[in-house]
Design a binder for this molecule. Sequence first.
Ligand code: FMN
Length: 200
Amino acid sequence: MHVLTVLDHPDPNSFSAAAAERFMAGARAAGHTTELADLNAEGFDPRWTLADIRGEATGETPPDVARERDRIDRADAICLVFPLFWWGMPAMTKGWVDRVWSWGWAYDQLDDPEGSLQRPRSGVLLVPAGGRSDEIKDAGYQTALETSCTQGTFGYFGFAPRRLELLCGSTGSEARRLALLERCFEIGRTLERPQIRQSD
Ligand SMILES: Cc1cc2nc3c(=O)[nH]c(=O)nc-3n(C[C@H](O)[C@H](O)[C@H](O)COP(=O)(O)O)c2cc1C
């Protein structure tokens, strides 16, 4: 498979960057090809502007959005890596989602997350989080993220299968961080193939 990893972190020495690197190493170990979209290093503009709105109507897609779509077109599996910020996506990832996966290209209806216009792709969310896993589960944040990100957003992306991996305790001990990075490698190495849709 060809695997696209979309990284949102401005610091190349961050835990998120290391998680992306280990995930890609695991994917390559399984024989997949990998490609990295490093949104901060590449200067992706997350702001949704009038050009985006007009582009939807005229079909004139802004060049930076077109480039992201070309990457997505090439990919059989997509992994998003971003640190958990305020129990959700950081602004860069959010803007990438808003601008790239727009109405008419990713979906054309709002009542069926399985009705994506995109072919099925294997989808993984690797989300480093400062909180402990028991805190995050007990407070219901894991369920909230599963609902909004995994079922909602990534359903409309056509990701099937799709999984959310919260890397809890990413600011913890060295041993904890190494164990989480090993998990990222294994997730890359055991990446599932996209599901065939019944209608295809
Ligand atoms: C603006 C901001 C918001 C954050 N919000 C959360 C949060 O809601 N829950 C949480 O567990 N950690 C939160 N954190 C901690 C980050 O998730 C943690 O620092 C990150 O996963 C560490 O990885 P990094 O080295 O890649 O930044 C937040 C950090 C920042 C800077």
